[in-house]
Design a protein around this ligand. Structure first.
Ligand code: ADP
Length: 484
């Protein structure tokens, strides 16, 4: 699939440290999840490279922070334009290593690029304030300054957007970054870095350290324990988030964490049922169910339960499953064998505990899983407690609003939630009662660069995107001016 790139020089095999492509001493293989074929060998960088990248970022910091926000924004805007210009190639690279259908990959390239544009603009609005004095001889001022060198550790499910959502606000604020992309999807990150180079990113301001799973741990250790690195942003599993948080304690590093979710998707009796079914489809089966905001638990009220299950299953059966490069494919492969094992275990557990298989429930070949709907699901089942991260829709039955709010909130996670209702009073009540960072009302798609994305409880810390998305990359400084 990569032979068809319009610009083959976007395919990089080295890491980027201090503006130089670095081969490292060893390499690791990147695979196509749809076929298992090896796509490329990429430099397997490690602890020494991480130290070099941190040092380069530290050296680049004074000049980068000294630029005006408008100057930094201009680099981001050139990068943005290049991403759009090379969107087809970026999408191809992404589908090849991540598996999502080409149209979906193209969508992510646009979404990923939008963070560059948004924060190029937002960097110019890092306002301070003056505080009315309580002492005639003094004046109180507040300024906001870049936090310093930032590290970003990113996941495979959004190989581009999870990088730009962190890197754009950091760069806009005046912080250099060191990125450790997911071992499954380094090619997208490196293509992005190549475009940043072409956009005129100064050496050391943006560094990328590809590494396999083992070296990723070593690099993570170096990033977390470095005193030069002042902030770590991570998107990934809650388990790894906890490890990184612990490792960052020694240097009291600022943290932004976007961790696991267990999104409830609630359909009340008064909902527009067809609209709810369409919302459930995109929320559940997008990226083969492998997003942290995918509906994980579907709750349908008793009055519409059977109709909802039937309509959802009918639509799920129409989803075209296959290689993301093939025309019309809507659902690609799962990322790896471990992901497949988890999906199969969740379905087997639900069926063993009395759930009813409405559709799917089987592998389609080695790497694909059929869009699945399970009915008569109960809170004891694993799919109720854990994120399945696959194309399985377990549908629970509920009677009352109070009951479903209690069920929805009965989890340590609190990222995205969704519900469908046409009762305006209920819309307010339920929006306020859901213990989640994000609520989609009568929609299954909520992400865009302009809004604050993030979770409560064990789903994480901080917000990405929006006006708030730059806050984590800034320190607040109070200046007291005496002798006035
Ligand atoms: P997923 O379950 O989505 O693969 P992970 O949390 O395992 O998510 O991985 C997300 C990112 O975290 C990847 O870039 C991975 O390499 C990295 N990672 C995993 N474990 C560690 C660790 N102990 N230290 C640093 N990075 C890690």
């Amino acid at each position: 699939p990569l032979a068809l790139l319009k610009d083959p020089t976007l395919l990089k095999s080295g890491g980027l440290v201090d503006g130089e492509w670095r081969a490292g001493g060893a390499s690791f293989a990147v695979h196509d999840p749809a076929t298992g074929a090896e796509l490329a060998q990429v430099a397997n960088l490690g602890a020494t490279d991480a130290a070099a990248a941190i040092a380069a970022a530290g050296r680049a910091w004074p000049a980068w922070r000294a630029k005006t926000a408008r100057e930094r924004g201009a680099v981001l805007m050139r990068w943005y334009a290049l991403m759009n210009q090379h969107a087809d190639d970026l999408a191809r690279i992404m589908t090849a290593e991540q598996g999502k259908p080409l149209a979906e990959a193209r969508g992510e390239v646009g979404y990923g690029a939008s963070f560059l544009e948004w924060f190029a603009e937002e960097g110019r609005r890092v306002y301070g304030e003056t505080i009315p004095t309580t002492d005639g001889n003094k004046r109180y001022l507040v300024i906001r300054q870049p936090v310093g060198v930032c590290a970003a550790i990113t996941p495979w499910n959004f190989p581009i957007a999870m990088i730009t959502r962190k890197v754009a606000p950091a760069l806009a604020a005046g912080c250099p970054v060191v990125i450790k992309p997911a071992e499954q999807t380094p090619l997208s990150a490196l293509a992005l870095a190549e475009l940043a180079q072409r956009a005129g990113m100064p050496a050391g301001v943006l560094n990328v350290l590809p590494a396999d799973a083992q070296n990723s741990i070593a690099i993570g250790d170096v990033l977390c324990s470095s005193d030069v690195v002042r902030h770590l942003s991570f998107t990934g599993s809650t388990e790894v988030g906890r490890i990184l948080m612990r490792q960052c304690a020694s240097t009291v590093k600022k943290l932004s964490l976007e961790l696991g979710g267990n999104a409830p998707f609630i359909v009340f009796d008064d909902a527009d049922l067809d609209s709810a079914v369409e919302g459930a489809l995109v929320s559940k089966y997008r990226n083969a169910g492998q997003t942290c905001v995918c509906a994980n638990r579907l709750y349908a009220q008793a009055g519409i339960y059977d109709a909802f299950v039937e309509k959802l299953a009918a639509r799920a059966r129409q989803i075209a499953v296959g290689n993301g490069f093939d025309a019309g494919i809507q659902l690609g492969p799962l990322i790896d064998a471990q992901a497949m094992a988890k999906v199969e275990a969740h379905v087997a557990d639900a069926l063993a505990q009395g759930a009813r298989l409405v559709t799917g429930g089987e592998r389609l070949g080695e790497r694909f899983y059929a869009p699945t709907v399970l009915a008569d699901v109960t809170p004891q089942m694993r799919c109720s407690k854990e994120e399945t991260f696959g194309p399985v829709a377990p549908v629970f039955r509920f009677e009352t609003e109070a009951e479903v709010i209690a069920l929805a909130n009965d989890t340590e996670f609190g990222l995205a939630s969704y519900f469908y209702s046409r009762d305006i009073g209920r819309v307010w009540r339920v929006s306020e009662a859901l213990e989640y960072g994000m609520v989609g009302v009568n929609t299954g798609l909520i992400s865009t660069a302009e809004v604050p994305f993030g979770g409560v409880k064990q789903s994480g810390l901080g917000r990405e995107g929006a006006r708030q998305g730059i806050d984590d990359y800034l320190e607040t400084k109070y200046v007291c001016l005496g002798d006035v």
